[in-house]
Design a protein around this ligand. Structure first.
Ligand code: SF4
Ligand code: SF4
Ligand code: FES
Length: 246
Protein backbone atom coordinates (compact mmCIF):
# COMPACT_ATOMS: atom_id res chain seq x y z
CA UNK A 1 0.00 0.00 0.00
CA UNK A 2 1.21 3.53 -0.76
CA UNK A 3 1.84 6.13 1.88
CA UNK A 4 -0.82 8.85 2.10
CA UNK A 5 -0.25 12.52 2.78
CA UNK A 6 -1.90 14.30 5.72
CA UNK A 7 -1.80 18.00 6.57
CA UNK A 8 -2.51 18.22 10.27
CA UNK A 9 -2.88 21.48 12.17
CA UNK A 10 -0.38 21.75 15.02
CA UNK A 11 -0.40 24.54 17.56
CA UNK A 12 -2.21 26.02 20.54
CA UNK A 13 -4.15 29.16 21.46
CA UNK A 14 -1.16 31.35 20.61
CA UNK A 15 -1.12 30.11 16.99
CA UNK A 16 -0.01 27.27 14.78
CA UNK A 17 0.19 25.90 11.26
CA UNK A 18 -0.31 22.77 9.17
CA UNK A 19 2.41 20.12 9.31
CA UNK A 20 2.76 17.42 6.65
CA UNK A 21 2.86 13.75 7.62
CA UNK A 22 2.86 10.58 5.53
CA UNK A 23 1.66 7.23 6.72
CA UNK A 24 0.72 3.89 5.22
CA UNK A 25 -3.00 3.20 4.96
CA UNK A 26 -4.29 -0.35 5.11
CA UNK A 27 -7.83 -1.49 4.22
CA UNK A 28 -10.51 -0.67 6.79
CA UNK A 29 -8.68 2.26 8.36
CA UNK A 30 -10.50 5.39 9.49
CA UNK A 31 -8.93 8.85 9.86
CA UNK A 32 -8.52 8.35 13.61
CA UNK A 33 -6.47 5.19 12.94
CA UNK A 34 -4.21 7.20 10.64
CA UNK A 35 -3.78 9.86 13.33
CA UNK A 36 -2.88 7.19 15.90
CA UNK A 37 -0.37 5.72 13.46
CA UNK A 38 1.18 9.16 12.87
CA UNK A 39 1.41 9.62 16.65
CA UNK A 40 3.16 6.27 16.95
CA UNK A 41 5.54 6.83 14.03
CA UNK A 42 6.47 10.50 13.96
CA UNK A 43 4.43 12.82 16.21
CA UNK A 44 4.19 11.40 19.71
CA UNK A 45 3.08 14.78 21.09
CA UNK A 46 0.19 15.29 18.63
CA UNK A 47 -2.93 16.00 20.75
CA UNK A 48 -6.20 14.41 19.68
CA UNK A 49 -9.28 13.68 21.79
CA UNK A 50 -11.10 10.37 21.40
CA UNK A 51 -12.64 7.70 23.54
CA UNK A 52 -14.99 5.06 22.10
CA UNK A 53 -13.81 4.71 18.49
CA UNK A 54 -17.37 3.66 17.73
CA UNK A 55 -19.19 6.92 16.91
CA UNK A 56 -20.85 7.03 20.31
CA UNK A 57 -18.89 9.29 22.68
CA UNK A 58 -18.74 12.41 20.49
CA UNK A 59 -15.12 13.14 21.49
CA UNK A 60 -13.23 12.81 18.21
CA UNK A 61 -14.89 15.71 16.37
CA UNK A 62 -12.60 17.62 14.01
CA UNK A 63 -12.66 19.15 10.55
CA UNK A 64 -11.54 16.79 7.80
CA UNK A 65 -11.05 18.33 4.37
CA UNK A 66 -13.06 21.32 5.58
CA UNK A 67 -16.05 19.36 6.89
CA UNK A 68 -16.97 18.75 10.54
CA UNK A 69 -16.75 14.99 11.10
CA UNK A 70 -16.17 12.26 13.66
CA UNK A 71 -12.67 11.03 12.81
CA UNK A 72 -13.46 7.53 14.09
CA UNK A 73 -16.31 7.21 11.59
CA UNK A 74 -14.58 8.73 8.57
CA UNK A 75 -13.28 5.89 6.43
CA UNK A 76 -10.08 6.42 4.50
CA UNK A 77 -11.56 4.82 1.39
CA UNK A 78 -13.86 7.82 0.79
CA UNK A 79 -10.81 9.87 -0.29
CA UNK A 80 -9.16 9.72 -3.71
CA UNK A 81 -5.95 7.66 -3.83
CA UNK A 82 -3.72 10.72 -4.27
CA UNK A 83 -5.82 13.13 -2.22
CA UNK A 84 -4.16 14.98 0.66
CA UNK A 85 -6.24 14.75 3.82
CA UNK A 86 -6.38 17.98 5.77
CA UNK A 87 -7.21 17.65 9.45
CA UNK A 88 -7.84 20.61 11.74
CA UNK A 89 -9.62 21.42 15.01
CA UNK A 90 -13.25 22.61 15.19
CA UNK A 91 -13.27 26.27 14.21
CA UNK A 92 -16.10 27.44 16.45
CA UNK A 93 -14.36 26.63 19.73
CA UNK A 94 -10.98 27.79 21.08
CA UNK A 95 -8.03 25.52 20.47
CA UNK A 96 -6.34 23.94 23.49
CA UNK A 97 -3.69 21.99 21.58
CA UNK A 98 -3.47 20.63 18.02
CA UNK A 99 -6.81 18.92 17.29
CA UNK A 100 -8.29 19.42 20.76
CA UNK A 101 -10.69 22.31 21.36
CA UNK A 102 -12.29 23.71 24.50
CA UNK A 103 -16.01 22.90 24.10
CA UNK A 104 -16.97 23.94 27.65
CA UNK A 105 -19.15 26.80 26.31
CA UNK A 106 -21.62 24.09 25.35
CA UNK A 107 -21.88 22.76 28.89
CA UNK A 108 -22.55 26.27 30.17
CA UNK A 109 -25.48 26.56 27.74
CA UNK A 110 -26.94 23.29 29.02
CA UNK A 111 -26.77 24.55 32.61
CA UNK A 112 -29.03 27.49 31.66
CA UNK A 113 -31.86 25.22 30.49
CA UNK A 114 -34.63 24.46 32.99
CA UNK A 115 -34.48 20.67 33.45
CA UNK A 116 -37.30 18.13 33.00
CA UNK A 117 -40.14 18.81 35.46
CA UNK A 118 -42.52 15.84 35.29
CA UNK A 119 -46.19 16.10 36.22
CA UNK A 120 -47.38 13.79 39.03
CA UNK A 121 -47.64 10.08 38.26
CA UNK A 122 -51.03 8.50 37.50
CA UNK A 123 -52.86 6.98 40.54
CA UNK A 124 -51.34 3.55 39.80
CA UNK A 125 -47.83 5.03 40.14
CA UNK A 126 -47.03 5.07 36.41
CA UNK A 127 -46.32 7.75 33.84
CA UNK A 128 -48.15 7.32 30.52
CA UNK A 129 -47.17 8.65 27.10
CA UNK A 130 -48.38 7.96 23.57
CA UNK A 131 -45.88 5.93 21.54
CA UNK A 132 -45.47 8.78 19.02
CA UNK A 133 -44.40 11.10 21.84
CA UNK A 134 -41.87 8.50 23.02
CA UNK A 135 -40.54 8.17 19.45
CA UNK A 136 -40.19 11.94 19.07
CA UNK A 137 -38.17 12.27 22.27
CA UNK A 138 -36.12 9.21 21.28
CA UNK A 139 -34.88 10.91 18.11
CA UNK A 140 -33.56 13.85 20.11
CA UNK A 141 -32.06 11.60 22.78
CA UNK A 142 -29.78 10.03 20.17
CA UNK A 143 -27.54 13.11 20.42
CA UNK A 144 -23.97 12.18 21.41
CA UNK A 145 -22.90 15.81 22.04
CA UNK A 146 -20.21 15.74 19.39
CA UNK A 147 -20.94 19.45 18.72
CA UNK A 148 -20.42 19.06 14.97
CA UNK A 149 -23.73 20.89 14.48
CA UNK A 150 -22.55 23.69 16.77
CA UNK A 151 -19.33 23.86 14.76
CA UNK A 152 -21.07 24.25 11.41
CA UNK A 153 -23.82 26.67 12.54
CA UNK A 154 -22.92 30.00 10.93
CA UNK A 155 -24.57 31.98 13.75
CA UNK A 156 -21.98 30.56 16.16
CA UNK A 157 -19.16 29.98 13.68
CA UNK A 158 -19.07 33.17 11.61
CA UNK A 159 -21.39 35.70 13.18
CA UNK A 160 -20.05 35.68 16.74
CA UNK A 161 -23.52 34.77 17.99
CA UNK A 162 -22.56 32.76 21.08
CA UNK A 163 -24.10 35.42 23.36
CA UNK A 164 -27.42 35.38 21.52
CA UNK A 165 -27.99 31.85 20.21
CA UNK A 166 -27.71 28.56 22.06
CA UNK A 167 -27.03 26.56 18.86
CA UNK A 168 -28.67 23.55 17.19
CA UNK A 169 -27.57 20.95 19.77
CA UNK A 170 -29.38 22.79 22.53
CA UNK A 171 -32.37 23.70 20.37
CA UNK A 172 -33.01 19.97 20.04
CA UNK A 173 -32.42 19.49 23.76
CA UNK A 174 -35.04 22.19 24.36
CA UNK A 175 -37.33 20.45 21.85
CA UNK A 176 -36.82 17.13 23.68
CA UNK A 177 -38.03 18.73 26.90
CA UNK A 178 -40.75 20.98 25.46
CA UNK A 179 -42.36 18.20 23.38
CA UNK A 180 -42.46 15.76 26.25
CA UNK A 181 -46.13 15.59 27.36
CA UNK A 182 -45.08 14.73 30.92
CA UNK A 183 -43.08 17.92 31.30
CA UNK A 184 -44.64 20.92 33.04
CA UNK A 185 -42.00 23.66 32.66
CA UNK A 186 -42.55 26.54 30.23
CA UNK A 187 -39.36 27.34 28.34
CA UNK A 188 -40.95 29.27 25.43
CA UNK A 189 -40.04 32.76 26.72
CA UNK A 190 -36.41 31.64 27.19
CA UNK A 191 -36.33 29.91 23.79
CA UNK A 192 -37.32 33.21 22.19
CA UNK A 193 -35.14 35.56 24.22
CA UNK A 194 -32.24 33.98 26.02
CA UNK A 195 -31.71 31.08 23.60
CA UNK A 196 -32.32 33.16 20.46
CA UNK A 197 -34.55 30.90 18.32
CA UNK A 198 -35.15 33.79 15.90
CA UNK A 199 -31.49 33.78 14.84
CA UNK A 200 -31.71 30.37 13.17
CA UNK A 201 -32.57 30.86 9.50
CA UNK A 202 -33.13 27.15 8.81
CA UNK A 203 -30.26 26.62 6.37
CA UNK A 204 -30.15 23.00 7.61
CA UNK A 205 -26.30 22.86 7.66
CA UNK A 206 -26.54 21.44 11.20
CA UNK A 207 -28.84 18.62 10.09
CA UNK A 208 -26.47 17.72 7.24
CA UNK A 209 -23.49 17.09 9.54
CA UNK A 210 -25.25 15.25 12.38
CA UNK A 211 -23.71 11.75 12.65
CA UNK A 212 -26.82 10.50 14.44
CA UNK A 213 -29.03 11.68 11.55
CA UNK A 214 -31.23 13.71 13.85
CA UNK A 215 -33.51 15.95 11.80
CA UNK A 216 -32.46 18.94 13.89
CA UNK A 217 -34.12 21.66 11.87
CA UNK A 218 -37.38 20.14 10.65
CA UNK A 219 -38.23 18.09 13.74
CA UNK A 220 -36.69 20.28 16.46
CA UNK A 221 -36.02 23.90 15.56
CA UNK A 222 -38.97 24.65 13.26
CA UNK A 223 -41.58 23.34 15.76
CA UNK A 224 -39.96 25.42 18.52
CA UNK A 225 -40.03 28.50 16.28
CA UNK A 226 -43.73 27.81 15.62
CA UNK A 227 -44.42 27.64 19.34
CA UNK A 228 -42.70 31.00 19.82
CA UNK A 229 -44.75 32.50 16.97
CA UNK A 230 -47.99 31.06 18.40
CA UNK A 231 -47.19 32.53 21.81
CA UNK A 232 -45.99 35.97 20.81
CA UNK A 233 -47.26 36.76 17.34
CA UNK A 234 -50.68 35.08 17.01
CA UNK A 235 -53.05 38.07 16.37
CA UNK A 236 -56.01 36.39 18.14
CA UNK A 237 -53.95 35.68 21.25
CA UNK A 238 -52.49 39.19 21.07
CA UNK A 239 -56.01 40.70 21.03
CA UNK A 240 -57.08 38.46 23.92
CA UNK A 241 -54.08 39.58 25.95
CA UNK A 242 -54.87 43.22 25.17
CA UNK A 243 -58.48 42.85 26.28
CA UNK A 244 -58.11 40.45 29.19
CA UNK A 245 -54.51 41.17 30.10
CA UNK A 246 -53.75 37.44 29.97
S1 SF4 B 1 -30.37 25.67 10.53
FE1 SF4 B 1 -30.24 27.13 12.20
S2 SF4 B 1 -29.18 26.05 13.83
FE2 SF4 B 1 -28.86 24.88 11.93
S3 SF4 B 1 -26.93 25.63 11.11
FE3 SF4 B 1 -28.53 26.87 10.18
S4 SF4 B 1 -28.77 28.66 11.51
FE4 SF4 B 1 -27.61 27.12 12.67
S1 SF4 C 1 -27.37 16.99 17.34
FE1 SF4 C 1 -26.10 15.62 16.09
S2 SF4 C 1 -24.40 16.90 15.41
FE2 SF4 C 1 -25.37 17.98 17.09
S3 SF4 C 1 -24.24 17.42 18.91
FE3 SF4 C 1 -25.95 15.98 18.74
S4 SF4 C 1 -25.19 14.24 17.59
FE4 SF4 C 1 -23.71 15.90 17.31
S1 FES D 1 -14.06 8.25 19.45
FE1 FES D 1 -16.09 8.27 20.24
S2 FES D 1 -17.23 9.21 18.66
FE2 FES D 1 -15.26 8.99 17.79
Amino acid sequence: MAKRKFNIWRGDKSGGDFVEYRTEITPGMVVLDAIHQIQAESAGDLACRWNCKAGKCGSCSMEINGKPKLSCMTRMNIFGSDETITVQPLKTFPVIKDLVTDVSWNYRQKEKIVPFKPKPRDPDGNYRMMQEDVDRAQEFRKCIECFLCQDVCHVLRDQGGKDQFVGPRFMIFLAQLEMNPLDTADRIPAIRKEFGSGLCNITRCCTEVCPEHINITDNGIIPLKERVVDRYFDPVLWLKRKIFGA
